[in-house]
Design a binder for this molecule. Structure first.
Ligand code: ADP
Ligand code: MG
Length: 276
């Protein structure tokens, strides 16, 4: 189809140590589409994104950006990375550069813009992620949520054709997750083409047009976001119910038990306070 932005075909990755992390993964991402990749830790999600952005070379397979193969020695890596934005779990900002300079860096060095041109673009994108007030701050003085919004602005500044997000909220305190998800949701609504690896299942269901479920390096199920509510495969059913259990366990740990523990009281299940 003509509106395919990114096409992944029979991707294979075996790491030098011998781990066969990705086993024949194929999927397309269409113009304006948000695709969420979900799956257990170790299922190969990050490996797929790293191959797309050429941070690592796949063992086999073809990756095309608008019909043009990008995983060949002749494709310019810097050009590929300027066309495919990437947002990491750990932000990857330069600590010694102000917010503004973190965003202008790629514009000046990869796009060859003048300082003034680059700053104009940077201010526009920082405004979009609601970080205009902190342009002179250093990353060390920002919250995790703010850092991630700067990282998103840095990706947007390059006007990429697609942005890859690798668990963008996993390193954040719970109260900071919302602002980052809201920013990503805004991009989806504006029609940005995106691939989002996330553990936020509700977010994936609400924002993604399509879900790709990876299990042991393979696409075990793929479909519209409704597959979150009505999974077809047993594997996806199991994964979703394990995520649900995780959430419940976290609620118990964070709310109930910890609250009691602060007062030196750990519930023993009987409802009685243990005797000293
Ligand atoms: P996910 O992002 O879904 O948690 P990854 O793509 O990070 O999964 O990892 C998939 C598998 O590849 C795991 O078994 C992991 O241990 C292994 N792996 C990841 N990175 C490397 C590496 N640089 N060298 C060797 N093995 C790796
Ligand atoms: Mg990962």
């Amino acid at each position: 189809m003509s509106d395919v932005v990114l096409s992944i075909q029979n991707l294979e990755k075996t790491y030098p140590g011998g781990v066969h992390a990705v086993r024949g993964v194929s999927f397309d991402v269409h113009e304006g589409e948000s695709v969420a990749i979900i799956g257990s830790s170790g299922s190969g999600k990050s490996t797929v994104l790293r191959c797309i952005n050429r941070l690592i070379e796949p063992t086999e397979g073809i990756i095309e950006l608008r019909g043009e193969q990008i995983n060949t020695p002749s494709a310019d890596v810097n050009l590929v990375r300027s066309r495919i934005g990437m947002v990491f779990q750990s932000f990857e900002l330069f600590a010694h550069l102000r917010v503004l300079d973190n965003v202008t860096l790629g514009l000046r060095h990869v796009r060859g813009m003048s300082k003034d041109e680059a700053e104009k673009v940077a201010l526009e994108v920082l405004d979009r992620v609601d970080m205009l007030e902190r342009v002179n701050a250093y990353p060390g003085n920002l919250s995790g949520g703010q850092k991630q919004r700067v990282a998103i602005a840095r990706a947007l500044a390059m006007k990429p054709e697609v942005i890859l997000f690798d668990e963008p909220t996993s390193a954040l305190d719970p109260e900071l997750i919302g602002s980052v998800l809201q920013t990503i949701r805004g991009l989806a609504e504006e029609g940005m083409t995106m691939v989002i690896v996330t553990h936020e299942i509700n977010f994936a269901r609400d924002v993604a047009d399509r879900i790709v479920y990876l299990d042991h390096g393979q696409v075990a199920e793929e479909g519209p976001s409704s597959i979150i509510n009505t999974p077809k495969t047993e594997r996806l059913q199991k994964f979703l119910s394990s995520m649900h259990e995780d959430n419940i366990n976290e609620e118990i740990e964070e709310g109930h038990v910890k609250e009691g523990a602060e007062y030196g009281y750990v519930p023993d299940g009987t409802g009685d306070r243990p005797r000293p």
